[in-house]
Each structure stands twice: as C-alpha cells, then as structure tokens.
Design a protein around this ligand. Structure first.
Ligand SMILES: C[S@@+](CC[C@H](N)C(=O)[O-])C[C@H]1O[C@@H](n2cnc3c(N)ncnc32)[C@H](O)[C@@H]1O
Length: 283
C-alpha cells in the first residue's frame, strides 16, 4: 500500500466513524476533542492571566466538566466549583471527576441568570466563562453584573467565546464560507449568538471590569494537525446536520465532506475559527 493509499484509507475511516456514530456519541467525542485540542492554549492563557494566584475558582456553565477537571488536576491547591443549569451535565461532571480521582472540586446546579449567592464573603478570586456567553446573550449584561458582585476585588474573570465575524479562511472553493454561513444559520435557529465574542470585552467594561487582554486562539490545522482538524470539522458538520437539517442540506454536507478531504490537507490554505480569549480584573 502506498502512503497515499494509507492516507485515503484513514480518511474513509474517519468518515465512516463519524457519520456511522450515534449523535450522542458524536457530541461526546467532539466535546472531548475540543478539550484535547484547546486545553493547552486556554489553560496557558488562564495561567498567564492570574490563575496561579487564585484559591477559589468558579466555572460558569461547566458542561460535562472535562475542561475544569483537567484544570483542577493542574492546580491541586486551588478549589474549583463547576456550575451548570443542567443537572444531567453536573451528574456527568461529578462522575468524571470521581473516576479521575480529582477531589479539589465541587459542583452546583444553578441558572446563572438567576444570580448566585455570595460565596463565603466574596472569596471567589477567579471566574471562568468558557463557551457559555453565546447561550445567554440576551441576559449577558445581568449575568456579568452578578459575576462582578461575587468576585473578590482584584479577582480574575476569563472569557472564551466565538466571534463569528472572525471566522475566516482562504480556501479557494468557498467551502469555509459555506461552513461559516451554516454555523450562523443554525445558531439563529437556536438563539445562540455566535458573534458575542467580539462584543464581550465592551460588555465587561460596562459591568465594571478592567479588561487586561483580548487574544485570538490560533487553533488551525497547523496548530492541531490535519487529521485532528478533519475530525473536528466532520463532528461539527454531523452535529449541525442533525440539529438543524432545514439549514444544513445533504448537499451542504457533501460539499463539506469534499472540502475536508480535498482542500483541508493543502498546506497553503488555512482558516481561523474566531475563538476569542479574554481576561479581565475586578478593580
Ligand atoms: C457549550 S457548553 C460549554 C461547556 C464548558 N464550559 C466547556 O467549555 O466545555 C455550554 C454550557 O452552558 C450551560 N448553560 C447554558 N445556560 C446556562 C445558564 N443560564 N446557567 C448555567 N449554565 C448554563 C449549558 O447547560 C452547557 O452545559
């Protein structure tokens, strides 16, 4: 078998794996892949912006907890609290933490839009909001004020979110633009604001924070490797297709699959996923 044959077999393997999987399994795989691919960049950003100084950190909208559990493993002397609206997410997260033997964590089921009581006289000195603001964009001003109130003066706020206006690529077929449009149409259906990453720094200032840094996460095929990147894309397409079939046609899926196979591996082309990382301090 030539190297080209081996690569093709590997690609077909990825297609079959992804499109043959149950939706839940694809979503789990994508959450895990996202943390695998982005953990180092996001964790390094948090450390550069004060995480090592924190003793109690709240993760708002922690989801399945995989990012927080990994962070807690790196900072055994810091106590972490993962908060989520959904009790099934918190159940997954606490089981995963127990399985991993990570004990410097607590979990809380709460709607952050309802506010949260001041923990032990504002002892929280770090708050993470990772991929959550887009879901609560209509109430984001109130949420940021709530977060401001429970954070200790001098405490850190880290936000990681998408700015869809910064999803750009130079792929010749226009498939990357089609992907961006698919993302925006599906988000509209689910009332998700995929552009909020660009608006958040201004909103943090309005809520009273001093913004310290706003950086783009450089995630691309050049930073994560081509096969990881292909897998990432195929998961996204499969998930959007399942959730918003009226916005993602079978032709869209075929176009994306063609793109992932043919254009993504070409070295000269690349794209940005518009992931914005920001840090702020409560004065
Ligand atoms: C895309 S996931 C992000 C999970 C995790 N932060 C991560 O980075 O992998 C968004 C999470 O926010 C939670 N969420 C959405 N609205 C919320 C709210 N009002 N209060 C608390 N959690 C919320 C959802 O239940 C979901 O688990």
């Amino acid at each position: 078998m030539t190297q080209g044959d081996a690569e093709m077999t590997d690609k077909i393997g990825i297609y079959e794996q992804v499109f043959g999987m149950e939706l839940d399994a694809i979503m789990d795989a994508q959450l895990k892949l996202q943390v695998d691919l982005q953990f180092d960049t996001h964790h390094e950003f948090l450390v550069r912006h004060g995480l090592n100084d924190c003793r109690k950190v709240l993760d708002v909208g922690t989801g399945n907890g995989s990012f927080l559990i990994r962070t807690a493993e790196h900072h055994p002397r810091t106590h972490f609290i993962g908060l989520d609206l959904k009790d099934n997410m918190i159940a997954l997260a606490s089981t995963a933490a127990a399985d991993a033997g990570v004990t410097n964590l607590d979990w809380m089921v709460r709607d952050i839009c309802d506010g949260i009581e001041n923990q032990d006289g504002a002892s929280i000195d770090g708050i993470l909001v990772r991929f959550v603001s887009m879901h609560i964009h209509r109430k984001i001003d109130r949420v940021l004020r709530n977060i401001f109130d429970i954070l200790k003066p001098g405490g850190h706020l880290w936000g990681i979110s998408v700015d869809a206006s910064k999803i750009t690529g130079n792929y010749p077929s226009g498939a990357f633009d089609a992907y961006r449009q698919m993302f925006e149409r599906a988000n509209t259906k689910f009332d998700i604001d995929g552009r909020i990453g660009g608006a958040l720094p201004g909103k943090l200032v309005e809520a009273g924070f001093a913004v310290e840094a706003v950086e783009m996460d450089p995630m691309s095929k050049h930073t994560v490797g081509i096969s990881n990147y292909q897998r990432y894309f195929l998961h996204e397409i499969a998930i959007y297709h399942a959730f918003a079939p009226e916005h993602v046609t079978d032709e869209d899926v075929e176009f994306m699959r063609w793109f992932v196979e043919n254009e993504v591996p070409l070295q000269e082309y690349d794209g940005s996923h518009g992931l914005v990382m920001m840090s702020a301090v409560k004065p």
